[in-house]
Design a protein around this ligand. Sequence first.
Ligand code: PLP
Length: 386
Amino acid sequence: MTADFIPYARPDLDEDDLAAVLAVLRTPMLTQGPAVPAFERGVADRVGARFAVAVSSATAALHLACLAAGLGPGDRLWTSANSFAASANCGLYCGAEVDFVDVARDTLCMDPGALAAKLEAAEREGRLPKVVIPVHFAGHACDMEAIGRLADRYGFAVVEDASHALGSLRDGRPVGACDRSAMCVFSFHAVKLVASAEGGMVTTNDPALAARLARLRTHGITRDPAEMEGPSPGDWYYEQVELGFNYRLTDVQAALGASQLRRLDAFVARRNHLVRRYDFLLAGLPLSWPRRDPRVLSAFHLHVVRLDPGRDRAAVFRAMRAAGIGVNVHYLPIHLHPHYRRLGFRPGLCPEAEAYYEAALTLPLHTRLTEGDQDRVVAALAEALR
Ligand SMILES: *Cc1c(COP(=O)(O)O)cnc(C)c1O
């Protein structure tokens, strides 16, 4: 890695962020102090949800959301093939069966048409899913209206994986408001839109789900007499009423997340500026990108392009890395990972996600990317595609 290597993503911390972290480190409450509920309130208010429950990662958030939705052995979870493995692993953690829905070619998000067809077949076979997890890929807000109508018709719970979409809007409504879902999950991993180093959150409008998530993140322990089996003998007393985990976020992480959240609008604006500039600079090269839907304001966690047919993606990738450009590929469809192949999945299950993967390239996009960096990325790509 040379000094002028341009990474595909990087965190953007300012002096206020550092001060917020240091302030927590000076207090006795490194965890389970006031910073976590403050961060939860900040995210809930920002996305317009009643409740937010902070956890140690989006992976933990997906796991708890599935448990809170009642997912268990004998149940089925469906998610988008074009995602990070965590979108599906949460189903396996619960002992459920996992299956995959293909994406739409123009959005790379779960295709409501493919979902409808798969549900029709599953209903005939008595194999309907209990939970469906659409993924707002790269920041593009999925068609939750269509998915929500199918949820009403077939009775599954919708959990949104919004790890890429904090700050995204669809028809003016923020992702995370849970207008058409039971719960919505965010990630604050260092490369995501807002960083807490590691961290995740579940938003919901359902008080019972929020209480259950909060209990499951801390061993299934409650201090609320109303949740106990019998009367509480005193204030020291707590009970473990179910099997939970230690999935807590620390106050150190929450303070960083809350401080970063204040700059979310600026982050999203900067990313949109750079994407518009990419669209202009890349026009004419033998590649395409997802449709820019006027109903969607994307937070643009990623900038993905698709090389035209006949182009050698591996060669372009190597040339870009050799030129010091941190390109990446998102994603190998989840069902093609060896762990999932061993469960019986084969190529051909999700043709659109598979075809996209073969031609996919993620270009650097982050808030500290300069226009000069961007010019270098485009020049290197034009050279690699000559
Ligand atoms: C990053 C990511 C996750 C996992 O997030 P962590 O906070 O790292 O656990 C899940 N789903 C998607 C789509 C992601 O991009």
